[in-house]
Design a protein around this ligand. Structure first.
Ligand SMILES: N[C@@H](CCC(=O)N[C@@H](CS)C(=O)NCC(=O)O)C(=O)O
Length: 225
């Protein structure tokens, strides 16, 4: 039987793989007809089989109609070529959206390190508190959200209006982390974070994560204080 798909999106364990979530959201928002292939992660770059699959040895990795794309932000850009509405139409808003998406891709390392995505964790702050670096990253990130919501969101609920776009996809795992670790937000950032987590695709991802085998769970994340 002929292959009915246009390619595949390789992702990691949904419970933990924040970069996979970003790529998957972009692919689904753009409506690409690809199959998901999940590779359970070992964590800490130990998932050696990924080196046989993707050029950077990491997920997400997309193959679509003979194109090979790796790095989450490059996948997002590829999806936006197919579905341009994933970036705001207005030039100034689009410039801002691209900038904050790149800022997310390359930044906030202390936050990402201290509060790894774990969809099984619910409103449980780190018992050992948050270092100054982490607090500074959280403040900077909330500042990005506040300023974007103020300038570009209009009636919202997403960063650039009524539809989820690439910038929201890039920040989506942060919304789950703030929930998981019970990070206190302002009214506006809390409303935005809730809207992201309530998006149907986020619900679908969470359902699929919930259904993953328990054997895929990693002690290093589950035992975090
Ligand atoms: N800069 C990359 C980061 C991708 C990344 O670090 N992916 C993690 C999973 S979230 C991974 O593949 N880890 C492999 C491993 O843990 O063995 C991107 O934006 O796609």
């Amino acid at each position: 039987m002929a292959d009915v798909h246009d390619g595949r999106l390789v992702i990691g364990t949904r419970r933990y793989s924040s970069w996979s979530l970003r790529g998957w959201l972009a692919v689904r928002l753009a409506g690409l007809n690809v199959v998901d292939q999940v590779v359970p992660l070992r964590g800490g770059g130990q998932t050696f089989e990924l080196r046989e699959i993707s050029p950077n040895g990491l997920v997400p990795y997309l193959e679509h109609k003979e194109a090979r794309i790796w790095e989450s932000l490059a996948i997002c850009e590829y999806c936006a070529e197919i579905s341009p509405a994933l970036w705001p139409e207005n030039r100034l808003a689009r410039a801002w959206a691209r900038s904050i998406s790149a800022q997310m891709h390359g930044g906030f390392p202390a936050l990402r390190q201290a509060l790894p995505m774990n969809l099984g964790r619910r409103m449980r702050p780190r018992a050992d508190g948050l270092s100054e670096d982490v607090q500074a990253d959280i403040a900077a990130l909330l500042d990005v959200w506040e300023r974007t919501l103020d300038a570009f969101s209009g009636q919202g609920p997403y960063l650039f209006g009524p539809e989820m776009g690439i910038a929201d996809a890039m920040f989506a795992p942060i919304a789950t982390r703030f929930y998981s670790y019970g990070v206190e937000l302002t009214d506006a950032t809390q409303a935005y974070s809730n809207a992201v987590r309530a998006h149907p695709l986020m619900k679908e991802w969470a359902r699929l994560a919930e259904a993953e085998p328990q054997a895929w769970q990693l002690e290093r994340y589950e035992s975090l204080s």
